[in-house]
Structure formats: structure tokens, C-alpha cells
Design a protein. Structure first.
Length: 320
């Protein structure tokens, strides 16, 4: 059995430099540091999967979405969860339709010959009865185009699935016993994310280019807010970023990510806030923090002290 070609449609050429990657991502409101842009550039040039680890809400998933838009490819997303199996991730047979086909053959065929039965067996295990899931669509291509495959939160899946994914990533093929090998041409763009709730096996990481996506510094986070929440004023943007940066230095159960910073800034804008004060912080901490213990710890005097320090630092000059 030979591998089928994944696609015959030329891809949009990847950027020719790290600077071009940064510019490409920035044009779609993703502000990446140079280390991440370098990793993306190499993944595109070498045809290697990109493995991104980091805390929730730092922008790992968004990389795949932006790459799909910039490279003009469909996004194929596989959301991982405990119990994820082959049928949900790769393919399964449409058993209900197969049974209907068998019943129709029995009702209209009378006493079928051995050749008729063999033909029916081949027919019901053909592409017409195959339900394609994200991994199969990724290696085969979608409408003649190789997609961007996002394997999101791999750490939520069980280790047996991780072993199966390792086999797929080794040569970007899938073997369907009844049909043969699918894929095996040029690899799709693959982005794998993990929140590191458990360790991913080294064998899978070795097949990927690895990058830890950290919380941004204040300058980059302000740039992210200007790009993704342009309606927020400069003063409020500076206060929001400085306050969130201070929270990340605190001993909290779950530190706020960039996603929470954006949510909070947009929520404050909806409340017509132009200048932070302790009361509005207390009222909106549930947008920024997601655990009650963290909210109780920050609400009141603690948040007021942080805000006072933030305003003092900002009044002294440009935020660092």
C-alpha cells in the first residue's frame, strides 16, 4: 500500500526571515518576541511541528490561528481531553450508514452471490462511508490545501493518545486498514500546545521545535493592548498593564494571563473607566482572577496598595 498525495495546490511561501515573521504576526495583532518569531520561522522552513508550552492565556493557541490566516490555510483544530481516542481524533466509519446499505442490499438482492457480497464489503468500507476527523484531514489536506493543524492542550489527553500522535508526526501518514496509507506528502503546519499540567514524553518533544511562551514584559503587553484593544486610552492601558504585572509578582493560585488582561481592559472600557480606582478594581476582579481565594486576597486594601504604587511609578516617568 502506498501513501496518497496530500495536496497538489502550492502553498503560500513562508516568510523569508525572522523579521518578516514578526511583521507578519504583528500585522494580525499578534505581538511576538524575537525568540518566538525565530521558532515559528524555523518550524515553517524546516517543516517541523511547533511545540508551545506555557501558562494558560499567554497566546499559545492564537499562534495557530494567526498562522492559518497569514498563510491562507484552513485551521484544523483538535481539542484534547481525557479519553480522546482514534475515532474522535483521526477517523471512524459511519456505522449507521453502513448498516442501512447492508439492509438495502438484503432487501433488494435476494440471494446474493459470493461476488456480490464481496463487492458490498468493499463498498461499505470505501471513502464514501469514512468520517474524517482532524488528524486525517490534516495529513490528506482540505480542498487541496494542507491546513494548519492545532493540537490544543495535549497535556489533557491520555498517554496512549500521545503515543499515537507520535506515530502520526513521524511521517505524517495515517494507516486505515481497509483503505491503506493516507498522507505522506508534504507535512501540514503543526502547532501543539500544552499548559504543562503533566509532562509530555521526550520522544514527542524531540520531533518538534520547542518554545516556552512566557508572560510578556510590560512594554510588549502594552503593545498587545494597543493592537487588540485599541479603544482603551493610553493612561488606562498603562495602569492596567502595570497593575497586572504587579499581580504576577504576587503569590496567587492562578496568575492572570494576557487573555485576562485583554478581558479586563475591554470590561473597563465598557464601564467607561478612564482611570483606575480601588472601587472599580474590587468590582471587576472576577474578570482578571479566576479563583475566589485569589480574589479575596487581592480585594480591598491589597489592591488599593498595588494601585497606589502603580500610579506613583507611572507619575515618575515612562513605565519600565
Amino acid at each position: 500500500m502506498t501513501a496518497s498525495p496530500a495536496t497538489s495546490v502550492p502553498d503560500t511561501p513562508p516568510p523569508d526571515s525572522v523579521d518578516a515573521v514578526q511583521a507578519m504576526l504583528s500585522a494580525h495583532d499578534y505581538i511576538a518576541d524575537r525568540a518566538l518569531a525565530t521558532c515559528v520561522f524555523l518550524a515553517l522552513r524546516l517543516g517541523r511541528p511547533l511545540f508551545l508550552e506555557g501558562e494558560a492565556g499567554v497566546g499559545k493557541t492564537e499562534i495557530a490561528k494567526v498562522l492559518a490566516r497569514t498563510l491562507d490555510r484552513p485551521l484544523e483544530r483538535l481539542q484534547c481531553y481525557e479519553g480522546l481516542d482514534l475515532a474522535s481524533a483521526a477517523y471512524e466509519w459511519n456505522y449507521a450508514r453502513q448498516m442501512i446499505e447492508i439492509r438495502l442490499a438484503e432487501a433488494t438482492g435476494g440471494t446474493a452471490s459470493a461476488a456480490d457480497r464481496a463487492r458490498l464489503g468493499r463498498d461499505i468500507f470505501s471513502d464514501a462511508f469514512l468520517v474524517r476527523r482532524p488528524l486525517l484531514r490534516a495529513v490528506e489536506g482540505i480542498d487541496g490545501t494542507l491546513p494548519v493543524l492545532l493540537v490544543d492542550e495535549l497535556d489533557r489527553a491520555d498517554e496512549p493518545f500521545e503515543a499515537f500522535l507520535l506515530e502520526v508526526l513521524s511521517d505524517f501518514t495515517l494507516t486505515i486498514p481497509e483503505l491503506g496509507v493516507r498522507g505522506g506528502g508534504r507535512p501540514p503546519v503543526v502547532v501543539i500546545t500544552s499548559n504543562r499540567t503533566r509532562e509530555i514524553h521526550d520522544a514527542l518533544k524531540r520531533r518538534c521545535l520547542y518554545h516556552w511562551v512566557d508572560y510578556p514584559d510590560a512594554e510588549r503587553e502594552r503593545a498587545i493592548l494597543r493592537a487588540r484593544a485599541p479603544g482603551v486610552g493610553d493612561r488606562l492601558t498603562a495602569q492596567v498593564v502595570a497593575f497586572v504585572q504587579s499581580l504576577r509578582a504576587a503569590d496567587l493560585f492562578k496568575l492572570p494571563g494576557v487573555a485576562e488582561t485583554l478581558d479586563w481592559a475591554n470590561a473597563l472600557m465598557q464601564l467607561d473607566v478612564v482611570d483606575l480606582d480601588p472601587a472599580v478594581i474590587d468590582d471587576t476582579l472576577g474578570v482578571l482572577l479566576k479563583y475566589q481565594d485569589d480574589i479575596l486576597r487581592m480585594r480591598g486594601s491589597e489592591a488599593a496598595q498595588i494601585l497606589a504604587q502603580v500610579k506613583t511609578d507611572l507619575a515618575r516617568g515612562p513605565a519600565s
